[in-house]
Design a protein around this ligand. Structure first.
Ligand code: PLP
Length: 393
């Protein structure tokens, strides 16, 4: 499957089979054991995975659930957040960070981002706090932690909860402290494209507090305790045993996947520099991702900033040459039709809107080969050479 240097003529944006195929026998064996056990829910593999994740995130408790989206929803439910409450979060994120807030009947308050990291701006959070603010949801976007030291201080000063959206950042850390251990609750996703990708949907919550962990379990199980006595209006959200069994095999390799992603990122930096593309020039070339020195970045995505006007043109050029790329996210949440009633005008979150116009993501998965990365960067260099020639002519 790894293509040799001379044969490479296309690069997929993502190919999950490259990490899953080498583990095929081991994972099928683990699934067969669950099959034979008949314990499709609440099997021992679920608590074993919870144990692994709690150690990885350096927290006391981890609670499996059906998805990263459910993890966020459960985090709000367990805090009793609802009508009359406000929750601050970025608009430059995946939809699920925001929809959970509307789902519980609370008000979404969008904060702008730091243009360097694309993560929520601590100063913006502080400026948006009101007496009704109950929580803030920093997202560790693309695998890089938000500024959790500053955010924790702000939240502490105003007595609001921090719920970390760590869906894209399992294994990441800030000042050496794992994501998922900074806030009251951390939310993890095992969606197949995430750094620990499952074979369908799955999620997990992390917390230091036993009381919070118990509440999360209660809300994830119909608010039922004991059986057929419903203390809360919960939901049904479980990580099933098949997912847990497969993820238990893959989590043994997570450190290696992370190291490989980091090596690929470092190689992109070298290749862009070698091709004279690493500095913006003539208002044309790309800007490479900024790495916060305090962050242990796990590179769920490698994002370029392509100055205005050229991004979509460059993307088409890559697509025509069978090089995968993607835009996360083309439409900020405050500009989505379903959130129109929140009343955010165009220009209200300028850094978010500019990022949505300029960002472009390249393949970065662990098994990406050097030859593939060379092809990606040389194709981008070729695009710029041709573009400059056209503009000089
Ligand atoms: C993937 C993702 C989610 C949702 O996770 P699912 O498991 O797909 O429900 C939430 N927030 C962010 C930032 C994500 O990238």
């Amino acid at each position: 499957m790894t293509q040799s240097h001379t044969e490479v003529n296309s690069v997929p944006l993502l190919d999950v089979s490259r990490s899953n195929t080498p583990l095929r026998e081991e994972i099928l064996e683990a699934l067969a054991a669950v099959y034979d056990s008949g314990r499709f829910l609440h099997g021992p593999e679920v608590s074993a995975l919870e144990q692994h994740v709690s150690e990885l995130c350096n927290v006391q408790h981890a609670v499996g659930c059906a998805s990263g989206s459910d993890a966020l929803l459960l985090a709000l439910m367990a805090n009793g957040i609802g009508p009359g409450d406000e929750v601050i979060l970025p608009s430059f994120t995946f939809f699920a960070t925001a929809s959970c807030v509307s789902r519980v009947g609370a008000k979404i308050v969008f904060a702008d981002i730091d243009p360097a990291t694309y993560n929520i701006s601590p100063a913006a959070i502080e400026s948006l706090i009101t007496p009704r603010t109950r929580a803030v949801i920093p997202v560790h976007l693309f695998g890089q932690s938000a500024k959790m030291d500053e955010i924790s201080k702000i939240a502490g000063r105003h007595d609001i909860k921090v719920i970390e959206d760590a869906a894209q950042a399992i294994g990441a850390a800030y000042h050496g402290r794992p994501v998922g251990s900074w806030g009251q609750i951390g939310c993890i996703s095992f969606y197949p494209t995430k750094n620990l990708g499952g074979f369908g949907d799955g999620g997990m919550l992390t917390t230091q507090s036993e009381t919070v962990a118990d509440k999360l379990r209660l809300f994830a199980a119909h608010g039922m305790q004991p059986r057929y006595h419903h203390r809360e209006i919960g939901i049904n959200s479980r990580l099933d045993t098949f997912q847990a069994a497969a993820l238990l095999v893959k989590i043994q390799h997570l450190a290696k996947y992370t190291a490989d992603r980091q090596a690929n990122a470092a190689r992109y930096f070298e290749l862009f520099a070698e091709n004279g593309l690493s500095e913006p020039r003539d208002g044309g070339a790309v800007q490479l991702p900024y790495q916060d020195p305090a962050a242990f970045h796990v590179w769920n995505q490698f994002s370029l900033r392509v100055s205005e006007g050229r991004r979509d043109d460059l993307r088409k050029y890559l697509t025509d040459r069978k090089i995968g790329s993607e835009i996360y996210y083309p439409i900020p949440l405050h500009q989505q039709a379903c959130f129109r009633e929140l009343g955010y005008a165009a220009g209200s979150l300028p850094q978010t809107e500019q990022a949505a116009r300029e960002i472009l993501h390249l393949p970065i998965y662990p098994e990406l080969t050097e030859a593939e990365q060379v092809l990606v960067v040389e194709t981008i260099a070729k695009y710029y050479r041709e573009a400059y020639q056209r503009s000089a002519a």
